[in-house]
Write a protein that binds this ligand. Structure first.
Ligand SMILES: Nc1ncnc2c1ncn2[C@@H]1O[C@H](COP(=O)(O)OP(=O)(O)OP(=O)(O)O)[C@@H](O)[C@H]1O
Ligand SMILES: [Mg+2]
Length: 180
């Protein structure tokens, strides 16, 4: 039995990872495909509240998320993981650990993310009120080998999600949890 695909959304805060993941989730539900979303915010709250934002802690956070994603994947569940995932060393770690691993670079310029400022964190970061914010006072390394780049300044969430579904279809990874 093949593992469920792990679709990993990486990108700056506010680039659109969670929004896209929700759209993809709706589309997969409509296709009766078993899907589970892992989101950076809820994951940190429940499974990584002991971690901060040093490079080491960020790595540990991603390693834990990869572990959970792997467990779900083994049960043929399609996993949608939305984490900033700011280091290339993380991208290569994930590609090595997870199979099938589909990396989506959710791309938006820093200026646009600052304009959106969904959580008000850019304002705080630029005002010096929070430390180690990816893209501002901490690195965000663009992925070198993404399976798909979605420029969220150029497409709607629905168009982006359709591209993800089309990619899964091309790779023959759209399958339900019940078939062997
Ligand atoms: N094509 C698009 N895809 C996704 N989001 C878009 C798109 N166009 C505009 N947006 C908007 O961009 C914002 C993205 O916010 P979202 O919370 O999804 O970002 P995020 O990448 O999950 O950030 P964080 O890392 O902080 O959780 C939303 O307000 C969304 O409506
Ligand atoms: Mg998010």
């Amino acid at each position: 039995m093949q593992n469920g695909p792990v679709v990993w959304f990486t990108g700056l805060s506010g680039s659109g990872k969670t929004t896209l993941s929700r759209e993809v989730e709706k589309m997969l539900h409509a296709l009766s495909i078993s899907v589970e979303a892992l989101d950076g915010d809820t994951f940190r709250k429940h499974l990584a509240s002991d971690l901060g934002f040093t490079r080491q802690d960020r790595h540990t956070n991603i390693e834990r998320a990869a572990y959970v994603a792997g467990l779900l994947s083994r049960h043929r569940i399609t996993v949608l993981a939305s984490f900033i995932t700011p280091y290339r060393s993380m991208h290569s770690y994930l590609r090595e650990k997870l199979d099938p691993y589909i990396e989506i670079y959710v791309k938006s310029s820093l200026e646009e993310c600052i304009r959106r400022d969904v959580k008000g964190l850019y304002r705080k970061s630029l005002a010096g009120e929070i430390q180690a914010f990816s893209g501002v006072t901490d690195p965000y390394e663009e992925p070198e080998h993404p399976d798909l780049i979605l420029d969220t300044e150029q497409c709607t969430p629905e168009e982006g999600a359709r591209e993800v579904i089309a990619l899964l279809q091309r790779r023959q990874l759209l399958y339900t949890g019940s078939k062997s």
